[in-house]
Design a protein around this ligand. Structure first.
Ligand SMILES: NC(=O)c1ccc[n+]([C@@H]2O[C@H](COP(=O)([O-])OP(=O)(O)OC[C@H]3O[C@@H](n4cnc5c(N)ncnc54)[C@H](OP(=O)(O)O)[C@@H]3O)[C@@H](O)[C@H]2O)c1
Length: 449
């Protein structure tokens, strides 16, 4: 190959595979079927391209067809633009009258025609199909929280590739809020997925997303908060979070990230000093907002006594079987936004039960409205004016979980749901023991159970 190139260079003074020194097109080698497949434009585009022939056309055609499927990356975009500019310039130098149509044709091929034909990669068209999710302003942070978000807690932990693919699919479908935690081992795959989503052009930048993560109990000590957040950001390959939460009102001896926890490691949390460190993280710009999770009214009261920044969010279990009426009223009064986790009762997970999805009242409403039980649950949470996180790695269910914005539950349906006997699916028995800070579930939830 190398010798052939040198021989060619000697004969023609150029090593360009298509043209010799005086600009004349070389006699082309007979094309094989494989070559034709590589370079032949689709039938309805052929006429347009072949008409405007100049010395760089074959090269440009080749470049456009080879690069079109990868156009979502900035490097190839720039490379392609340079190629077009080069072609336009050479047309102008050869005094060809209208250099622009060819550039336009190539741009259309690369940006619209090829992307819509190719199946394996994500397109601008899929952006158009995605659902837009309503948002709600988050206190004084200036940031709005999408009212439906995707959970990433799975146990046993999902392989990275599954998680990355699911998150990319979710972004394509329109999800913008992703909930992670140091405990879930989902920060790294989430970070990879965000990077890929930008590369693929699904989002312009990370700023289009709302990313939440949480401080695990073993880091719920004043001096460990900042390093824990820095580690989370490193895992996510991000400069900032949108929301950082204290995962539970509990401390554990440092070092482990596991649930169930070793009950001998349970320690009382020094709420004032941990919250102070959370405030410092927000002041450093490492997170736009800070908040808590699994906090009762009483624990929030305690926190508010010393806080200089109010918690923006309290993320708690909420679904038709655990409606959190009292906590919601308290938070509304204090300006703390509620995010509902396990809106489907975390069916099929280690920490959840089937009770929500098997509830007869919900089944009946689902039959009457022609919606799924999951949609009835999610719509109810949404109508209560809070945001929610739902986890599914199944594309159809992810889609279904977003189809809750263009219909309503009737007053009778709402009345039936209010009457459902209450049952907390994830009481947190893991954090209760005779030698720890909470001797009973009543202690842990301050009677709100
Ligand atoms: N702060 C906390 O302490 C805390 C605690 C728990 C959860 N969370 C967060 O909240 C997120 C959501 O809660 P969660 O995962 O506990 O429970 P969830 O969203 O109520 O339920 C998840 C389960 O429901 C299934 N599912 C999803 N959509 C469905 C549908 N349309 N029809 C039937 N089944 C469906 C999922 O399976 P498929 O994947 O197979 O669809 C999965 O097994 C978590 O992932 C996590 O990010 C936070």
């Amino acid at each position: 190959m190398k010798e052939r190139k040198e021989e060619n260079l000697k004969k023609t003074g150029t090593d360009d595979p298509f043209y010799n020194q005086n600009g004349k097109e070389k006699k082309k080698k007979k094309k094989t079927r494989k070559d034709r497949l590589k370079t032949t434009p689709p039938k309805n585009q052929k006429k347009q391209v072949v008409k405007t022939h100049d010395m760089n056309e074959d090269k440009m055609k080749w470049v456009s067809f080879q690069l079109a499927p990868f156009h979502q990356s900035a490097e190839t975009e720039i490379f392609f633009i340079v190629e077009i500019a080069h072609g336009v310039k050479s047309q102008a130098e050869n005094n060809e009258p209208t250099p622009y149509p060819k550039a336009i044709v190539l741009w259309i091929l690369a940006h619209i025609y090829w992307p819509t034909r190719s199946s394996g990669f994500r397109t601008r068209q899929s952006r158009a199909k995605m659902r837009s999710i309503p948002e709600m302003a988050l206190g004084s942070t200036g940031k709005a929280i999408p009212l439906v978000g995707m959970g990433t807690a799975v146990y046993p932990f999902a392989p990275s590739e599954t998680m990355i693919d699911s998150i990319l699919t979710a972004i394509e479908l329109g999800y913008r809020h992703f909930d992670s935690a140091a405990l879930y081992q989902s920060e790294k795959p989430l970070g990879e997925a965000i990077k890929k989503a930008v590369e693929l052009g699904l989002i312009k930048s990370r700023d289009e997303l709302f990313i939440t993560s949480k401080l695990w109990c073993s880091d719920a000590h004043h001096d460990r908060v900042l390093p824990a957040l820095q580690n989370t950001l490193k895992n996510l390959q991000l400069d900032y979070l949108d929301l950082y939460l204290i995962h539970w009102p509990v401390s554990l001896k440092p070092g482990k990230y596991e649930l169930p926890v070793n009950k001998d490691d349970l320690l009382p949390i020094d709420l004032g000093s941990v919250w102070k460190a959370m405030e410092d993280c927000q002041k450093l710009g490492l997170t736009k907002a800070i908040g808590v999770s699994n906090f009762s009214c009483k624990k929030l009261e305690e926190l508010l006594q010393t806080a200089s920044i109010l918690p923006a969010v309290n993320q708690v279990e909420m679904n038709p079987l655990w409606q959190q009426k009292k906590l919601r009223e308290f938070c509304a009064e204090k300006g703390i936004h509620i995010t509902a986790y396990s809106p489907l009762g975390a069916k099929g997970t280690l920490w959840g039960t089937d009770r929500v999805m098997e509830c007869e009242v919900l089944k009946e409403i689902a039959r009457e409205t022609g919606k799924s039980i999951a949609q009835v649950c999610l719509r109810w949470v949404y109508e209560e004016g809070v945001s929610l996180l739902v986890k599914s790695f199944n594309k159809e269910r992810m889609k279904q979980n977003l189809e809750i914005f263009d219909w309503e539950l009737s007053a009778q349906d709402l009345e039936k749901i209010i009457q459902i006997p209450q049952f907390k699916g994830f009481p947190g028995v893991e954090f209760v023991c005779q030698t720890g800070p909470y001797k009973s579930l009543v202690d842990l939830w301050d009677g709100e159970i």
